[in-house]
Write a protein that binds this ligand. Structure first.
Ligand SMILES: C[S@@+](CC[C@H](N)C(=O)[O-])C[C@H]1O[C@@H](n2cnc3c(N)ncnc32)[C@H](O)[C@@H]1O
Length: 429
């Protein structure tokens, strides 16, 4: 089981020189061809001075993944060899270091100590730099979802996708599958088309976030590892014993940890596969049916169901669920569908039964949305008020920036208490 993370695809490393590949042909991955012998300068260092000399020579020593710069000196039990970078000769060392060598009894052993480099010692970047033609960069990062690496390759990288995927698998033994996003179109369930470019064609995986386990099929449901800290931030603001309604719950990254924290959770998603994995994840995390209630319906209908309104006209009402008269009393409503959740705020207008709510605090809403560069926070608040059909109450509204989604696009979380005028609009007291 792997936790999810966003990691850099490459680390900086110098590649052995090799003829560059023409733009059209896709080179074969011949791992043996990466074998190379470097001849480096080796200094003989008394054993007890090794760590001191490593520090003194920092910046001049051999610095390669999986290779040590201090090695055995043949059979000697008195001395070891300190290996210099392959581009550094004794005469390149600054005079003060040469003086220090003399003072500490460090001597030149050889200018030709052989160091064998092979494929396993090179970084992803070093391997791909050698294989990809000029003008085609190695991918700079990828997202990890359990055993799956998710890439968004650029057009010029596409002919080399299988090669890139294979190198990523070689260099990241915990990965089993590499997928590339196809096109930019995501459907209503926020799931995108993908191609398996290397490894097993197995897209069901498991991730952990803050101690909770999530099983998901990455080709069927929405999942974004970059939201991990936002999930934690919001759930941390909830109190044990409260009631959470998650209108667009996905596979449960707010709902499951909230239920684990001791909230009662009503979690819904329109995507039947998300609802399926919500239920799977509730069991995986040993949550009882009374802690997490799973629904699979449109978000607006879900809210009307919980508020016990117009039940007769609702499709897809789970047979086993009957809300209490006057509706479910809840403390928080999460709406994480940033592309359009703000439009769903109209579902709050007149949605609360005054008989249930007039003496209670109304719920907090946490509505995710995007803000373009040309928009201000005031524009976003005005948009929220437009869909609510009434003004937000002063002092009970905050805007949190979640992350940069694109150069001119921020994801925000707008948190506010449902305004009383909106909640009871058109409802007799
Ligand atoms: C951006 S994802 C967020 C999922 C989850 N809350 C998370 O943080 O990972 C939005 C979710 O909204 C669901 N969705 C889309 N339209 C919906 C609707 N009309 N009613 C309820 N859920 C909807 C999608 O299936 C998707 O799982």
């Amino acid at each position: 089981m792997e936790s999810s993370a966003v990691v850099p695809a490459t680390t900086i490393d110098a590649a052995p020189t090799a003829p560059s590949t023409s733009a059209r042909e896709v080179p074969a991955l011949d791992r043996e061809s990466f074998r190379q012998v470097l001849n480096v300068t080796a200094l003989r260092v008394p054993n007890r001075k090794c760590s001191e000399m490593m520090k003194a020579f920092r910046g001049f020593t051999l610095d390669r993944p999986r290779l040590r710069c201090i090695v055995q000196n043949g059979d000697s039990s008195e001395t070891k060899l300190l290996l210099l970078d392959e581009n550094i000769k004794l005469e390149d060392l600054p005079p003060e270091l040469l003086n220090r060598m003399q003072a500490e009894g460090v001597t030149l052993a050889t200018t030709n100590h052989p160091v064998v480099l092979d494929y396993s010692m090179l970084s992803t970047d070093a391997v791909l730099k050698r294989l990809l033609p000029a003008g085609v960069d190695a991918p700079s990062s990828f997202e990890t979802i359990g055993h799956i690496a998710h890439l968004n390759l650029r057009d010029e990288q596409l002919p080399y996708r299988h090669l890139i995927g294979t190198v990523l698998l070689d260099k990241n033994p915990h990965l089993k599958t590499v997928v590339n996003k196809l096109g930019s179109i995501e459907n209503q369930y926020r799931v995108f088309e993908m191609e398996v470019i290397a490894g097993e064609k197995k897209l069901e995986t498991e991730v952990t976030q803050h101690g909770a386990r999530f099983r998901l099929d990455f080709s069927q449901v929405y999942w974004n590892s970059r939201l991990e800290s936002e999930h934690l931030r919001l759930v941390s603001s909830f109190q044990q014993g409260q009631v959470l309604v998650d209108m667009m719950a996905g596979i449960g990254p707010f709902a499951i940890p909230a239920a684990q924290k001791g909230l009662t959770v009503y979690a819904n998603d329109l995507n039947p596969r998300s609802a399926h994995y919500l239920a799977v994840n509730a069991r995986l995390n040993r949550l009882g049916p009374s802690g997490l209630h799973v629904f699979n319906m449109d978000g607006r209908a879900f809210l009307r169901l919980l508020n016990s309104a117009d039940l007769g006209s609702l499709p897809d009402v789970p047979e086993c669920f009957a809300p209490p008269a006057g509706g479910v009393v809840f403390d928080h409503l999460v709406m994480n569908l940033p592309a359009s959740a703000i439009e769903f705020l109209d579902a709050l207008s007149g949605a609360f039964d005054p008989a249930t709510w007039s003496e209670r605090s109304l719920p907090w809403v946490h509505c995710y949305t995007f803000k373009r560069a040309a928009e201000t926070e005031a524009d976003i608040l005005a948009k929220a008020e437009h869909y609510l059909g009434g003004p937000l109450e002063p002092g009970s509204c905050s805007v949190h920036t979640v992350r940069d989604v694109a150069p001119n696009k921020l994801m925000l979380c707008l948190s506010f208490r449902v305004p009383r005028d909106v909640a009871f609009l058109g409802r007799a007291a």
